[in-house]
Design a protein around this ligand. Sequence first.
Ligand SMILES: *Cc1c(COP(=O)(O)O)cnc(C)c1O
Length: 387
Amino acid sequence: MENIRQSERLNKLPPYLFFEIDKLKNKARQGGRDIIDLGVGDPDRPPPKFICDALCEALKDPNIHRYAFDLGQPEFRAAVSKWYKKRFNVELDPEKEVLPLIGSKEGIAHVPLAFVNPRDWVLVPEPCYPPYKSGSLFAGANIEIMPLIEKNSFLPDLSAVKKASKARLMFINYPNNPTAAVAGLDFFQAVVDFAEKNNIIVCHDAAYSELAFDGVSRPASFLAAEGAKAVGIEFHSLSKTFNMTGWRIGFACGNADIIAGLAKVKSNIDSGIFNAIQRAGVAALNTETDHLENMNQLYKERRDALIDGLASIGWKINKPKATFYVWAAVPKAYNSMGLSQRLLEDADIVVTPGVGFGKNGEGYVRFALTVPTDTLKEAVKRIGKVL
Ligand SMILES: *Cc1c(COP(=O)(O)O)cnc(C)c1O
């Protein structure tokens, strides 16, 4: 074929602004430079050993290698329901209100296909995790951006939404990537009321619910707001909670009809999560350990090393109370891409330019605390030499 043409839906995707940084990073690595990568949100530590042991054990079962059920193992759904009750005091019917996912990204990208018709509106916060936009665009939706700005504590201003009456679905995400903001139950309650009034499905992404410190060690579930289960679902993931990003296991839970719609899309596209991984997921959710406490202590130590270090060279940044990100307003002489390029070229440090998360990310860069404390201290030294 002479001319392989991509679909309109692919052409509609926003430009991939991390491309420039990726290119520079690869070039620097090929040139043998010692790059400190604070760009990727991917835990550097392995999962707790008992989870890996559970996977190894599961692999010995000769019956575990076949196709998984579309709706996931009953044992995994039961473990989710039990964990939700214990962690959030939210009741979930494991049969109808829990759906295992091949990582939460998969469910996030697929859910608009179940509920959004071409030209319906979807409300997307920005800066944001990219699949909220790409999943909506694949469903043919129009997107209204809800800007997350510092003045509003990085919460969307629901009273400023213009297409409320035409919107079918909205995404929210707290603790938030990339801003690291936390939302309380009062905000979730306002979202429930807004969604109920306007008939909008709420999809709350809670991937970072277990990564928090400084007195907000227990971020709330959206489903704990009154009436939430009538309007929405929540996405969770074992990726960040248990350092299992490569395993691909997460889940959606909440409203049974929304779960059923998403399950219908998925049953036509995928064939479930490898059963051995689901079995290890059961062990992860069911086992009481000090893993979370230790992990959060580690991220907090890294956060303090980075932010206290940067403060000592004159770059003042607020300390986040959750996630493993630091969302830093860039010094005046720069924009987000300019600073990211400067840090890579002159300090061999990769950070993520805020504008890569959408226009409303301009003026910020995101640091990921997924390297050891000593490496962060070295990064501070290098940044001090160029700023
Ligand atoms: C990392 C992340 C996820 C989790 O993705 P998985 O597909 O479960 O690995 C979801 N949402 C946000 C905002 C994230 O940063």
